[in-house]
Design a protein around this ligand. Sequence first.
Ligand code: IPE
Ligand code: IPE
Ligand code: MG
Ligand code: MG
Ligand code: MG
Length: 289
Amino acid sequence: MTFAQVLARDAGLVQARLDAALAGAADVPVTHAMRYAVQGGKRIRAFLVMEGARLHGLSEDCAIHAAAAIEALHAYSLIHDDLPCMDDDDLRRGLPTVHVKWDEATAVLAGDALQTLAFGLLCNPRIGSAEVQLALIARLATQAGIGGMVLGQAQDIAAETALAPLTLDQITELQMNKTCALIAWSAASGAVMAGADDAPLSQYGARIGLAFQIADDILDATGDAALTGKRVGKDADAGKATFVSLMGLDGARAHAARLTDEAMDALAPYGARADVLKQAARYIIARDR
Ligand code: IPE
Ligand code: IPE
Ligand code: MG
Ligand code: MG
Ligand code: MG
């Protein structure tokens, strides 16, 4: 199967798992907002979990819970990222953002509940032993929190009003936290679930994670809202610190291409079995949405 076929298959599986997880929840606006927020998206993080698991001979029935967990957590991060106090966006995945469709309190609470849902999904014996479940939970607690995504989001907001432009090292650190932390968790989780060495996939995840955020920043500068499903042209106005603001479009594209080469190199131990992950790395910098 090609990357596009695998991505589509995994997207269907993860949507079904998320729908099942929310099926019995109370019939209140927060639940409706949670269901709304977990629809759509490219599902690249779910794909990384599923493909990393396949690489280690694990079943879809084992991996799907971790794939659903990271997509629930990612959906929370997007709801909060779009709030007026953060990026103040009104369009996400081609639809009104949660705080626009409902209100800010519902958006905050739907995000909170999607985050705890993610950890709940990781408490599942189908994933593996209690030790394996705890390893995934502990890593996500760090990488989604003040050791990763939340720290990066705080650095991103602080950079808007920084007195001097951020340096290359500072932007790299910000984006490693904001975006790579969850993508690296996703890429490494197959190895974690298999009790194998996660160093090659963690390295791959960090490189494609940075390239992924560079592509996002390039799409903000040059993309089309009809394709991305979110407003474009906002980062420069908000004074965001990105590889595009630092290096310009050509410099950012070249940097993303270098990172993609490094990501490919990190997959060497897996040989041809990692071909779909290599296709994913190429897609990440070439994408238009
Ligand atoms: C958007 O992530 C936020 C970033 C970290 C750049 P995605 O581009 O993966 O968003 P969806 O899930 O496809 O909507
Ligand atoms: C967001 O980065 C990263 C998150 C941790 C949610 P952006 O703010 O650039 O993501 P978009 O462009 O709104 O999707
Ligand atoms: Mg943001
Ligand atoms: Mg944003
Ligand atoms: Mg963006």
